[in-house]
Write a protein that binds this ligand. Structure first.
Ligand code: SF4
Length: 903
């Protein structure tokens, strides 16, 4: 379906907000991007990542044809037939020799629902194993488990509209300002009409800037906080007795357990390390706000007690009957664009299909529906266990689709090593070079990318949207579902996988969801099972359930007296365990490592890493450290630190900030072996998993941190990607006109220069400035007036500032009169050095914003009027507020102001 002349309405491929996008192809492989005003997730708005989608469409680095490792160990181009034969033969042999549990799929929340459906069906119905898991295990498996325990089904009861209706929004473990920006802006709109926002986290983040109360709690204490809230509600007569008696069971046991964990405010304060008055104030707000939405994401889920944390939150909503009502309910914010769709098809190893579990009746039902010859009869291996099984040889053949476990899994070094032990590693991906494709893959299959794929995704509010293709499939790229169907055919199951296109798969998926359902199961899109291809193409965003006869879908569940999905129709309170971290700090590993996302990058940067405006915000992997810890550890601002856990380590740029709590350090998850040296923080993350959900703890790894020094620091600005070796720290970022590479090394200046030389065919630099006394060397390669490359080298203790040079590099050419300034590190005439990019949409740097503030712009609106910063997607507004506050201005809506109001 088009969204106007020459435009296609589709859905953003990044976070779980699921924003509608209009793509207007330029006929040359690119497209202009705009928000879809008609999409109810975003009403036309896009964040910085969504706005930059058009910059990520290039075919550079793409895997455009199948490749296979030959006897010489080298990957070479092969035909699809040869590659698929190899995959089928490898799976067949492993199954024949070692049984069906010796093979596995590892999938991704990036996959479309139709692509997800195919491997799940093959593995669970035709191979006879349930070894299908997904990177969504790292994202929201604890929410799935919590929902199933409480509601009897994996249901997010509410809708985004609830944010518009609520009086109180409580964010728990969610840096929504950076990770769900469009929803965060919706929350800010709610705040403007009087709603209050409480932000519960273990550190201050951009989300704090728009919160009324910032509750910084001790790691792992979320369950104590919400257990204390349950006790508080009970002790103040705020339990909805009618709801609890008629619609739930288990309240008394859950309350009794909560009293053991957090009997009073003092106990909660002690557990969370918060002031008792602040806890009391937050409890009072929650208690007297009938319309309260509690939103949670990875800070809750990525925990060895994630499921209990979720249930501690759900217990409070069930106790007050605040669920499924306009403006009231618990709300899991999913991280990925199709985490929900993956759950719907059974992409998790502990789900069968269409939200059915591995009970006898469901196994038989799915077997009959699929006419399956080899049904899996028990749960498969969840992600952490699955890669352990790869490591110890139980898994012989693994097919990875659309994800990069060699970077993103905990103990990433061990995972990378394990992959190399497989008899067969198949990777379906967009790119040739990822850490996973380079971990000994035997077969690479070229997968369709965003803009080429065609299917559906489901966002955090259960809304199914079409992700439509607006570009042709390049090279020999094919959809993932097609590749799976071809392998299924080679394994003798062609009839069951004879789909003509994604619409066929969607109809089958919808029919399965409704098969023998009759309202007994939550996931039912039977109302869409008979749509024809044209209706599938034109499908408007709709929230499931979409039961037969209810084509408009369902905005909310459980609020209208509707049954929960346990057999008795009641919800369950769940007694939660006393909080405890999976691993304690000790003398060897005295700090706690928290990992997370940054504003302008997505996962392992395979797409966002192509955008210059996204690359300029935070171009290096970093470690945030509190000033007290920095002093104690001997770390300096913009120096380097080695983070080591019992599993591995990373070398990162140091940022000293009071946003961080003492004893905690933070590092982003995005850098890989392709974009950095030493930046893969997953190598350090421990692999403890929640015993219920199997989701690994990624927010509390005990680590040691040491300062690292190098002889030389520098940066290179080049038109092509340079290969610099012998660097202890290195990061590549796309900037306007080429690549920025920042690095630190113990190699000599001449050695570093020699490593760069191949980029210029060994040509000598056009300009060569050196100051031996200060340890400086700066070089430029020019072709006439065109700047080909710049290389700045300096002493190890000082990081040369790249912003002015990058501004000159971006212009491409340098007038002869300005050449003298080119190597000065100062702005070249007429090109302002505006510092690191803050507003990605308009490329406004920190320097320009600070100058505007100094010139009298004391509000975000004033900065917007002067510079346009913050006036498009709004993703940078929290940072604008922070800069205003740092300059001593009264940033609107800071926690301090509202806390004072509240007092
Ligand atoms: Fe995409 Fe941003 Fe919307 Fe998330 S909030 S779906 S990243 S545009």
């Amino acid at each position: 379906m088009t969204g106007g002349p020459h435009s296609t309405r589709t859905t953003c491929p990044y976070c779980g907000v699921g924003c509608g996008v209009k793509a207007m192809p330029d006929g040359d492989g690119g497209a202009a991007i705009a928000g879809d005003e008609a999409h109810p997730a975003n009403f036309g708005r896009l964040c910085s990542k969504g706005s930059a989608l058009g910059e990520t469409l290039s075919l550079e680095g793409r895997l455009l044809h199948p490749m296979m490792r030959g006897d010489d160990g080298v990957l070479g181009r092969v035909s699809w037939d040869a590659a698929l034969d190899r995959v089928a033969e490898g799976f067949f042999r492993a199954i024949a020799e070692h049984g069906p549990d010796s093979v596995a799929f590892y999938l991704s929340g990036q996959l479309l629902t139709e692509d997800y459906y195919a491997p799940n069906k093959l593995m669970k119905g035709f191979i006879g194993s349930a070894n299908v898991d997904t990177n969504s295990r790292l994202c929201m498996a604890s929410s799935v488990a919590g929902h199933r325990r409480a509601f009897g089904a994996d249901i997010v009861p509410g809708a985004y509209e609830d944010l518009d209706e609520a009086d109180l929004l409580v964010l728990v473990g969610s840096n929504a300002a950076w990770c769900h920006p469009i929803l965060y802006q919706r929350m800010q709109t709610a705040r403007e009409r009087g709603a209050l926002i409480v932000n519960v986290d273990v550190r201050r983040t951009a989300t704090s800037e728009g919160a009324d109360i910032d509750l910084t709690i001790a790691p792992g204490s979320d369950a104590a906080l919400f257990s204390g809230l349950l006790v508080h509600l009970a002790d103040h007569g705020l339990i909805d007795r009618a709801f609890v008696d008629e619609r739930t069971s288990g309240f008394e046991a859950a309350l009794a357990q909560a009293r053991l964990i957090a009997p009073n405010i003092a106990a909660v304060a002690a557990a969370t390390a918060c002031a008792p008055e602040t806890i009391a104030h937050v409890f009072d707000l929650w208690a007297r706000s009938a319309r309260v939405v509690t939103l949670y994401s990875q800070g809750v889920n990525q925990s060895a007690q994630g499921t209990d944390k979720v249930n501690a939150i759900l217990n409070c909503h069930l106790a007050t009957g605040r669920i499924g009502l306009p403006g009231a309910g618990p709300f899991s914010l999913t991280g990925q664009p199709n985490a929900m769709g993956g759950r719907e098809v059974g992409g998790l190893a502990n789900q069968l299909a269409a939200h059915m579990a591995f009970d006898t009746a469901s196994i038989d039902r799915v077997r009959r529906f699929w006419n399956a010859p080899a049904m899996a009869t028990r749960e498969g291996l969840k992600a952490v266990d699955l890669f352990d099984a790869v490591a110890d040889g139980r898994i012989k053949a693994l097919w990875v689709m659309g994800t990069n476990p060699a970077v993103s899994m905990p103990r990433a070094d061990a995972v990378r090593a394990a992959l190399q032990r497989l008899d067969l590693l198949v990777v379906s991906d967009n790119l040739i070079a990822t850490d996973t494709t380079q971990s000994g893959a035997h077969v690479l299959l070229p997968a369709a990318a965003w803009g080429e794929k065609d299917g559906t995704v489901t966002n955090s509010e259960r809304r199914i949207s079409r992700q439509r293709a607006f570009l042709p499939l390049p090279g020999e790229v094919r959809p993932d579902w097609w590749a799976v169907a071809q392998v299924a055919r080679r394994l003798g199951h062609g009839e069951a996988f004879a789909w003509r296109g994604p619409a066929d798969i969607f109809r089958e998926h919808a029919a399965l969801s409704a098969f023998e359902n009759d309202g007994t199961r939550d996931f039912d899109i039977g109302g869409l099972a008979a749509i024809d291809d044209a209706a599938y193409d034109a499908l408007e965003p709709v929230q499931w359930p979409v039961r037969s006869g209810q084509p408009g879908g369902t905005a909310r569940l459980f609020g209208d007296g509707g049954r929960f999905f346990h057999a008795d129709g009641k919800a369950r309170f769940v007694p939660v365990a006393a909080p405890a971290l999976a691993a304690a700090t000790d003398a060897a590993f005295p700090l706690i490592l928290v990992t997370g996302r940054i504003r302008d990058q997505w996962h392992t940067m395979t797409r966002t890493g192509k955008s210059a405006r996204l690359g300029s915000h935070l171009p290096e992997p970093f470690l945030d450290v509190h000033p007290i810890d920095a002093l104690r550890l001997g770390l300096s601002e913009r120096g380097f630190a080695r983070v080591e856990s019992a599993h591995g380590g990373a070398t990162l740029r140091v940022r000293i900030t009071a946003q961080q709590e003492p004893g905690l350090v933070f590092a982003p998850i995005h850098w890989s072996g392709q974009t950095s040296v030493g930046g893969r923080i997953g190598a350090a993350v421990q692999g403890f998993a929640d015993p219920v959900s199997g989701q690994p703890e990624m927010k509390a790894t005990p680590v040691a941190v040491h300062p690292v020094s190098f002889v030389t620091q520098g940066f290179a600005l080049t038109r092509a990607l340079p290969r610099l070796e012998r660097c202890g720290f290195l990061a590549h970022a796309t900037v306007k006109g080429g690549t920025l590479t920042t690095f630190a090394s113990d190699a000599s200046h001449d050695a570093l220069l020699a490593m760069l030389a191949p980029l210029f065919g060994g040509a000598a630099p056009t300009m060569d400035y050196s100051d031996p006394a200060r340890g400086l060397r700066r070089l430029a390669w020019l072709d006439g007036e065109r700047i080909e490359a710049l290389l700045f080298l300096g002493p190890g203790g000082t990081a040369p500032d790249w912003n002015a040079a990058a501004a000159a590099f971006a212009t491409g050419e340098i007038a002869p009169a300005a050449r003298a300034l080119l190597l000065s590190g100062k702005p070249v005439d007429g090109i302002a050095d505006s510092g690191p990019t803050i507003c990605a949409c308009f490329g406004i740097g920190r320097g320009a914003i600070e100058a505007a503030i100094a010139g009298g712009c004391g509000t975000v609106a004033a900065i917007g009027a002067a510079l346009k910063a913050g006036t498009n997607c709004g993703s940078c507004v929290p940072e604008l507020k922070k800069l205003i506050a740092q300059a001593g201005g009264a940033a609107e809506g800071t926690p301090a102001r509202v806390a004072a109001d509240a007092a």
